[in-house]
Design a protein around this ligand. Structure first.
Ligand code: BES
Ligand code: ZN
Ligand code: ZN
Length: 493
């Protein structure tokens, strides 16, 4: 999809389609040229409602407000609905909330790209005919005078961020027989070559040497060997150093604590955290961010077999802590335990974030659309909350640790148990389990993001299509961009 930003007036631009946003039901605005027809047709301009006037080739889209999050979801829904109608080019005006702030423009461009996405690799007949050319006129909703170069830059950034999200979506949507740890490793190698990232892949032999026994135990019954992927973006004189880790379970059958049939379906999406890391690294390189960013993916398949790890096993993690396994379906935290230890050994980061489809409990607690954010310290948790809710279009909420839930992870035989002894608070106890693998000096620099809800939903919502959403990519990019502006060497120990 090509974007062109121009100072030409809308009227003078020729295209197959014109897209017009009706903001807060304001049919009187000069952009709305067909108020009578729209009223007659029963178009109320409710949020995410759209209406095409075929003979005028005008697509009207309702948006509740001119906030970037609303514009993004409204236009994405419209684009998704009208995909396949055969329009090749479209023109649209610019919408801003302030003459100097390009967030709404970015939301609009992201919405167009995110709404155009569909995963058709396995369909013999490809259905959608996507829009190819989008022409954005700097004719602005409030008549603001806009700077062409600033708007072009914002459009490019938006495209990088949305393309990275779609890249991540496609990894997650790929079936488990076509996407296993080696596949992810190959993709990472390719990504690194293309975008100038450093990349190292740890093979099972090296994982043994690194004493990542918990990760190896989870992987043992699979015919696909586990891999740990480390991608890095290292600009000169970085403003901060951050590590981002992802749970990359290319399939989670539950292991011997086998999932019931209904719960196993969609577990190809258990690699969403890892896929998000890959998308983030792609965008970080393309944006050439002045932050040193390290991405780690624990790529593992959790299967059953004579060689499987078992409930009752005791595993010694990389940091020497012993873990009593009572449920092999709580495998993500075992993989992340070792991955966190490895990342801390390799990189002295200002901040460490991990993203994982870690618990069904998080979905029960906060619903399908929201991530749960946890940690020992306010700062990194709030960095995530600010980056996601205000501007990225992703929703996230804080879940608090407390010592009483911490105690439910006690084990009679080992240092800690991989499940808690209560069925309540499962998202928090999983997060508290992870915190056992954060070194003392990193404790205040770490946040855990449980993306189990939004990562994969079996219906479309807002800018997200059915299936993978690419959760985590846009929120972390916003977080890194903010660090770029504020600087980020953490001083709090
Ligand atoms: N990958 C699942 C969590 C999950 C569930 C993600 C639903 C997305 C949707 C994870 O490995 C898991 O199975 N967790 C268990 C933990 C339990 C055994 C303590 C769960 O949530 O039931
Ligand atoms: Zn599991
Ligand atoms: Zn899992």
């Amino acid at each position: 999809m090509n974007f062109k930003v121009t100072s030409d007036r809308l009227q003078s631009i020729t295209s197959d389609l014109e897209i017009i946003l009706v903001i807060n039901k304001d049919f009187k605005h000069t952009f709305v040229q067909d108020a009578k027809i729209l009223k007659k047709a029963g178009f109320d301009a409710n949020h995410e409602e759209s209406y095409l006037i075929p003979h005028k080739a005008r697509l009207y889209v309702g948006s509740e407000s001119i906030k970037s999050t609303d514009i993004r979801s409204a236009i994405a829904v419209a684009i998704r609905e009208f995909k396949g109608k055969g329009f090749k080019s479209a023109k649209i005006g610019t919408y801003m909330s302030h003459p100097k702030c390009t967030a709404v423009l970015r939301g609009m461009v992201e919405g167009i790209i995110l709404g155009s996405y569909s995963f058709e690799r396995y369909k013999s007949k490809k259905k959608s005919k996507k829009l190819q050319d989008i022409i954005i006129s700097l004719e602005e909703y409030h008549n603001f005078e806009l700077d062409l170069e600033t708007c072009q830059k914002a459009t490019i950034t938006a495209k990088i961020s949305a393309d990275a999200t779609n890249y991540s979506r496609s990894i997650v949507n790929t079936p488990p027989d076509d996407c296993y740890p080696q596949t992810l490793a190959k993709m990472a190698t390719k990504l690194a070559k293309k975008h100038g990232l450093e990349c190292s892949i740890l093979q099972p032999k090296e994982l043994k040497k690194e004493k990542m026994n918990a990760l190896l135990a989870v992987a043992r019954a699979s015919r696909h060997a586990p891999k740990v992927i480390h991608l890095s973006h290292k600009p000169k004189n970085p403003k901060a150093i951050i590590s981002i880790l992802g749970k990359g379970l290319t399939y989670d059958s539950g292991g011997l604590s086998l999932k019931p049939a209904d719960y196993m379906v969609t577990m190809k999406a258990d690699k969403s955290g890892g896929a998000a890391v890959m998308g983030i690294m792609k965008a970080v390189a393309q944006m050439n961010m002045p932050i040193e960013v390290h991405g780690f993916v624990g790529a593992v398949e959790n299967m059953i077999g004579g060689d499987a790890y078992k409930p009752d096993d005791v595993l010694i993690a990389k940091n020497g802590k012993s873990i009593e396994v009572r449920n092999t379906d709580a495998e993500g935290r075992l993989v992340l335990a070792d991955l966190l230890c490895y990342a801390q050994q390799e990189v002295q980061a200002d901040y460490i974030f991990d993203m994982a489809t870690l618990t069904g409990a998080c979905v029960v607690g906060v619903g399908h659309y929201t991530s749960g954010v946890m940690g020992n310290s306010k700062v990194p948790v709030e960095m995530v909350l600010n980056a996601s809710n205000t501007i990225s279009g992703e929703m996230a909420t804080k879940l608090d640790f407390n010592r009483y839930l911490g105690r439910t992870l006690k084990s009679g035989i080992a240092d800690i148990c991989n499940i808690s002894n209560t069925r309540y608070g499962g998202a928090v106890t999983a997060g508290m389990f992870l915190s056992e693998f954060i070194d003392e000096h990193h404790k205040n620099r770490w946040a855990h993001i449980d993306i189990a809800g939004p990562a994969f939903v079996e219906h479309a919502w807002g800018e997200n299509p059915i299936g993978a959403s690419g959760a985590g990519v846009r929120m972390m990019l916003r977080l890194i961009e903010k660090l770029t502006r504020d600087g980020g060497h953490s001083t709090h120990h």
